[in-house]
Design a protein. Structure first.
Length: 366
């Protein structure tokens, strides 16, 4: 069941850095702090540096100057893509309203005290206006993609039947399977966070407060998958609502004994209490949900769960493909000049002066 049951990772809007051409090439270089121009809109160095700083792990090893440059190129590419999509959203009257931005701002601020909120802003090097501007862009692009991509996806019954017939052997369960979802919180700053709220507990106190907030929401009937997408700090599973797919019983033997004991004792639909576990990265606090327990044997197409699994997988695959295609078309229609990329090429392997930092991994005064 490896392929058809494996959850597809959706390309996040802010994470789609495709290897495409940079469009029209200008003969003249603007001011040194302009690193790209998108349809006449400048993207400046300080904006790239701001987002770059949010991706550094202060407890990790400092990257080399070349690694710093590579990450900044990726950040710049993401900002270019977002600018292109935001402009399209505006042209289609899909830009988020002030009310939508304020509602989302209030929602994302609500888990924190005012002191914690201000500390979050300080740690990320952003202001309230920065955050609201990011929210407006995020909401606008989401509305655009929902209309231009998601609304066009259709999975027919025949699609499901064809996928089942092509992967029938994968639905022959040879040992008990446990479909598990997780929400992960860590008491340290993560190098990358991909949850929808960009939420990251950076110490033990914040982690415990966050876990308590999650417990309260779950006890109040909040959807587990949505909470995982909003808050889970596991970058691999949060985008899929924490879904780890079907875990064979033999794999549980390789996991933390506490997790195995809890999973084996759970009923389908049950949510575990928070559990402190250890991973190679360090301590983690995990909340699990057992979605279903599967006994050995061949699963038939008449099984509604099999149908839903196939339908979800096909939809996720198609959405991923259409998002990438839509972005490629948008890039082709845009006028883009990436001055930082040009400097990298012109430097012929040496670090261009405009991208140098005072110390490895540190921003140069921005």
């Amino acid at each position: 069941m490896k392929e058809i049951l494996r959850a597809a990772v959706l390309l996040p809007v802010v994470g789609m850095a495709l290897a495409m051409g940079t469009g029209c090439k200008s003969k003249t270089q603007p001011s040194p702090d302009v690193w790209a121009v998108v349809n006449g809109q400048e993207i400046k160095r300080d904006e790239v540096d701001k987002y770059y700083r949010t991706r550094l792990n202060p407890e990790g090893q400092e990257p080399s100057q070349e690694e710093v440059l590579s990450l900044k190129l990726n950040v710049l590419e993401e900002l270019i893509n977002n600018e292109i999509l935001l402009e399209r959203a505006k042209k289609l009257n899909l830009e988020a309203s002030d009310g939508e931005v304020e509602d989302k701002f209030t929602e994302r601020k609500s888990p924190y005290t005012e002191d914690e909120f201000q500390r979050q802003l300080k740690d990320r090097g952003i202001s309230v206006d920065d955050w609201k501007r990011d929210l407006r862009r995020e909401l606008s692009i989401t509305k655009l993609l929902n209309r231009e991509v998601v609304a066009k996806i259709s999975i027919t019954d025949q699609d499901v039947i064809d996928a089942y017939n092509a992967n029938k052997a994968q639905f022959n369960v040879i040992e008990p399977l446990y479909r598990i979802s997780e929400i992960v919180v860590t008491p340290r700053k993560e190098a990358q966070i991909r949850n929808l709220k960009n939420d990251d507990a950076t110490n033990e106190v914040e982690a415990q407060r966050k876990v308590k907030m999650l417990e309260d929401k779950l006890n109040s009937g909040a959807d587990f998958a949505q909470l995982a997408m909003d808050y889970s700090e596991d970058m691999n599973s949060s985008a899929m609502g924490g879904d780890l797919g079907y875990v064979p019983e033999s794999a549980l033997n390789q996991s933390d004994p506490v997790l195995k004991r809890v999973v084996l004792g759970m009923k389908a639909g049950q949510v575990s209490p928070p559990m402190a576990t250890q991973s190679k990265e360090g301590q983690r606090i995990v909340i699990l949900k057992l979605i279903s327990r599967e006994s050995p044997g061949q699963r038939n197409i008449s099984d509604s769960q099999v149908q839903q699994t196939i339908r979800d997988t096909l939809r996720n695959h198609k959405e991923q493909l259409l998002r990438a295609a839509y972005l490629r078309i948008a890039r082709d229609d845009a006028r883009v000049t990436n001055y930082l990329a040009q400097q990298v090429i012109e430097a012929a392997g040496k670090l261009p002066a405009a991208a140098k930092t005072d110390f490895p991994g540190k921003s140069s005064g921005h």
